[in-house]
Design a protein around this ligand. Sequence first.
Ligand SMILES: Nc1ncnc2c1ncn2[C@@H]1O[C@H](COP(=O)(O)OP(=O)(O)OP(=O)(O)O)[C@@H](O)[C@H]1O
Length: 235
Amino acid sequence: MLEIQDLKVTHGPIEAVHGIALTVAEGACVTLLGPNGAGKTSTLSAITGTARSTGLIRLAGTDISRLPVEARAKRGIAISPEGRRIFSNLTVRENLVMGAAGRRDKSAIGSDIRGWFEQFPILGERRDQPAGTLSGGEQQMLAIARALMSRPRILLLDEPSLGLAPQITARIFDIIGDLKRQGITILLVEQNATAAIELSDYVYVLNNGLISSEGPAERYGDGSALMDQITGVHG
Ligand SMILES: Nc1ncnc2c1ncn2[C@@H]1O[C@H](COP(=O)(O)OP(=O)(O)OP(=O)(O)O)[C@@H](O)[C@H]1O
């Protein structure tokens, strides 16, 4: 579904990613692990089109690397960004409607929203509340559901466990596992190696803008050795 070759990502004069290759098969959950500043968010930004990059980015066989952000979203890229970035003053329901902004099949939006309220009942209960009043875990659920409202080909998740208590993190990873079982293709960026490896098919480890290790998730066991490598991270 997603194929990246020789990707370099720059922020002004700074090159954050120095030429990486990465593949996500249809229906797979692939995790990009790495410490703070490794270039994980930069990689996702290059895929969505919000960061300057060179190299090949192919989505479902088409090179999208020169397309503007909106065109990439229309072709099936959706992101739940780091820090959630939900619209705090809009209601839960309005946030979901915003996620469907680029869709042509407007008539199916209402039924999709009802579907997500069934999957995440707490969001249904809070549908008319301003999203800013939700807890961190609920906001993360909303950010994921909002991204999925575009019916993407691939869902990019940037550190969904960031800032959440361990119990809530476990719930979010359960949800990601459910989405994978529903056949949704996922590229997950995480620092929590243990939890991410458990639900991943394949793992890439990014360090200083380069892939330092990659392989099927089983190769990394329970992820504890990787957690040690990802300095400053607590599993
Ligand atoms: N907008 C920006 N302008 C300048 N430099 C940036 C910008 N965004 C990221 N960088 C730099 O690029 C490098 C990679 O950052 P990036 O955010 O991609 O890493 P990360 O692995 O996602 O880390 P984190 O978990 O902290 O988000 C870092 O050195 C960072 O300082």
